[in-house]
Design a protein around this ligand. Structure first.
Ligand code: PXL
Length: 280
């Protein structure tokens, strides 16, 4: 039986992020992937102007009701970019309906990057996201999101002890496992660090830093991470495959950066991902 995951996030019709990244990645990894689009945007909000935004919040309870009547079961639920406080609450209700003993919930609390909230997000929205994190099994914020989730100042100067402390505080929000993405200790490496509060253990995965910021890499990372965890990978294996795939997509994009400023060329890397994911 294929594992079944549902991913809940927007569709940015052009720009390669959220659902247009999550769906192909999760399918390539061999998961049956259902989607709930939370909004339809003509493009993502990072670098484009004049984009359209159609909010689909009121469809979500209807979809939930229908799926509940079908008695659908999900091995995984993975949420990304959500468009409003109300939507976060509705997604939280979705968790209550579909979480069973063997369902793993991964929340990527998408709020911002490089110390700033994404366009349209407010600190109050970030507060609501805390509630959603409390219901997750795994959360995967970047350092900007850590600062909003924990009400600490954003910093790019930190050491391992600081990251470990933040990870502990993140699990105190109520989720057993926390992962911080985009971690750089100033040694030329870039990666992710995880803490499992049930065992009190940390693990991490790092690769040499590539000096080109690219849009959508967080969604690429979280999609692979979610797929691996739901397929039964250990936390270390999930970090390793998510970090190496993300780096591969960045390497693939670097030679054509000017053309692909809006999102990474993950497509040529899907074949190897499909092979690698077979081991879980
Ligand atoms: O990659 C996160 C993301 C998802 N969805 C939309 C976005 C962004 C980041 O900018 O704008 C619509």
């Amino acid at each position: 039986m294929l594992k079944r995951i549902v991913t809940i996030q927007d569709i940015s019709c052009f720009g390669k992020c959220s659902l247009t990244v999550a769906l192909p990645i999760l399918s390539a990894m061999g998961l049956e992937t259902a989607v709930i689009p939370t909004a339809v945007l003509s493009t993502h909000t990072g670098g484009f102007s004049g984009y359209t935004f159609r909010d689909l919040t009121e469809d979500i309870p209807e979809i939930t009701k229908h799926w509940d009547s079908l008695k659908l079961h999900f091995d995984g639920i993975y949420t990304g970019y959500l468009g409003s406080k109300e939507q976060v609450k509705i997604v939280s209700d979705f968790f209550d309906t579909f979480k069973s003993d063997d369902t793993t919930i991964v929340v990527d609390p998408v709020l911002g990057d490089a110390g700033k909230l994404y366009a349209g997000f407010t600190p109050e929205f970030a507060q609501e996201m805390k509630q959603l994190c409390s219901k997750a099994d795994v959360i995967a914020p970047n350092m900007t999101e850590v600062s909003y989730l924990l009400d600490v100042p954003y910093t790019e100067n930190y050491d391992e002890a600081y990251i470990h402390e933040m990870l502990k505080h993140l699990t105190e929000l109520g989720c057993p496992v926390a992962i911080i993405t985009g971690v750089r200790y100033g040694d030329g490496m870039h990666g992710a660090v995880a803490y499992d509060s049930r065992t009190g253990t940390y693990c991490s995965s790092f690769k040499p830093h590539i000096e080109h910021p690219m849009h959508g890499t967080g969604d690429v990372f979280s999609s692979v991470l979610s797929g691996a965890i739901v397929k039964g990978a250990s936390l270390q294996q999930a970090l390793d495959i998510a970090v190496s795939f993300t780096v591969r997509t960045i390497e693939e994009t670097v030679p054509e950066m000017d053309a692909y400023w809006y999102g990474v060329s993950f497509e040529p890397c899907l074949g190897k991902l499909a092979e690698d994911a077979k081991k879980f």
